[in-house]
Design a protein around this ligand. Structure first.
Ligand code: TYM
Length: 340
């Protein structure tokens, strides 16, 4: 059966990029796939997280999953640290992956900056834990935003090297030669890379110092509308076709957001708004964004009022995840030669 896995870090406020690039796309996959959605708290602590803040953010991601339409009965929703097999498989992968592979990761280079001697060892090994998340469940498909592409290529490299290095042992244990699947990234649609509302050349991100650069999932209707009305744009009217967006990053971004929020293509949006000015388009976008996001924010707040229920969802999800994870680890321990 095709199985989907994806993860979100509880490392700050969730924003529109996380929603359109990932969470919103998780929902329809529940109809066609077995789906596992994880709050990756162990990834979050690769950079310092205040413990109370980490707990708050973990529950907030879980609430966003549910408020967006992920059904905790149908899907498995859990936080990573409750299933210790993630850490166990990550260690094996640390011994499969090469230093050079990790050193090439652009996200590591961006986060470490010039001071790479002084970042955590965990930040360097981050992609190895991510490969463990995915391969522990032998997931075949991983829906993510465009910024995770390189990490998913590395996941495929780790799976391939493990399958090759241990080919004889995998055979001797009577297991399938393609023990770990070569996972397919699902990076598609008009919102794989949502940009800052202030600067169309920068990704919308949790770490941008300007609050005006992003729409947070807990923003109220007023804040959402204001941020969209103040979003940086050029002065020209909207083009009639997608090609007309090619050197207009801000326009491309806002049209992409409209398309994703209304489940249309950018071409559909331009068929409606081509030739019109921002004075028409921005209020329509603000109204659409509020109509989608405000009810979701209300539902998140309602869920976050009852921590016991949220924690029970995570605990139940972890129990179900652990069953699959332990099956894989039992095989991995035998393959590697660990005595039990
Ligand atoms: P994270 O927590 O940074 O982001 C969560 C998801 O949101 C997507 N995303 C965006 N999509 C479009 N536009 C943006 N501006 C934008 N910003 C973020 C991300 O691509 C991601 O899909 N390493 C992962 C978490 C992770 C994971 C995994 C993902 C850990 N293990 C296993 C998939 C499978 C991360 O840092 O995502």
């Amino acid at each position: 059966t095709p199985r989907v896995f994806s993860g979100i870090q509880p490392s700050g406020d969730l924003h529109l990029g996380n929603y359109l690039g990932a969470i919103r796309r998780f929902v329809p996959l529940q109809q066609s796939h077995e789906t596992i959605y994880c709050v990756v708290d162990m990834h979050a602590i690769t950079v310092w997280q205040e413990p109370n803040q980490l707990r708050r953010a973990t529950r907030e991601v879980a609430a966003a999953f549910i408020a967006a339409g992920i059904d905790p009965q149908k899907s498995i929703i859990f936080n990573q640290s409750q299933v210790v097999q993630h850490a166990e498989l990550a260690w094996v992968f640390n011994c499969i992956a090469r230093m050079g592979w990790m050193a090439r990761m652009t996200q590591f280079k961006d986060k470490a900056g010039k001071n790479s001697e002084n970042v955590s060892l965990g930040l360097f090994a981050y992609p190895s834990l991510m490969a463990a998340d995915i391969l522990l469940y032998k997931a075949t498909h991983v829906p993510v935003g465009d910024d995770q592409k390189q990490h998913l290529e590395l996941t495929r490299d780790i799976a391939t090297k493990f399958n090759n290095d241990y080919r004889a042992a995998i055979g001797a244990e009577g297991l399938e030669p393609d023990f770990f699947p070569i996972t397919e990234p699902l990076i598609a649609g008009p919102a794989t890379r949502i940009m800052s509302l202030r600067d169309g050349t920068k990704k919308m991100s949790k770490s941008d110092p300007s609050d005006q650069s992003r729409i947070s999932l807990l923003d109220d209707a007023d804040a959402i509308a204001k941020k969209i009305k103040r979003a940086t744009t050029d002065a020209a009217e909207l083009p009639n076709a997608v090609e007309g967006l090619s050197d207009r990053p801000e326009a491309d971004n806002l049209v992409g957001i409209f398309a994703a929020l209304s489940d249309q293509s950018k071409a559909d949006v331009l068929a409606e708004f081509g030739g019109q000015g921002w004075g028409k388009f921005k209020p329509a976008l603000a109204e659409l964004a509020v109509s989608v996001l405000a009810p979701m924010a209300d539902e998140m707040r309602r869920l976050l009022d009852d921590l016991e229920t949220i924690d029970a969802v995570l605990r139940d999800g972890a129990e179900r995840a652990r069953v699959i994870a332990e099956d894989t680890m039992t095989e991995v321990r035998r393959i590697v030669g660990f005595i039990r």
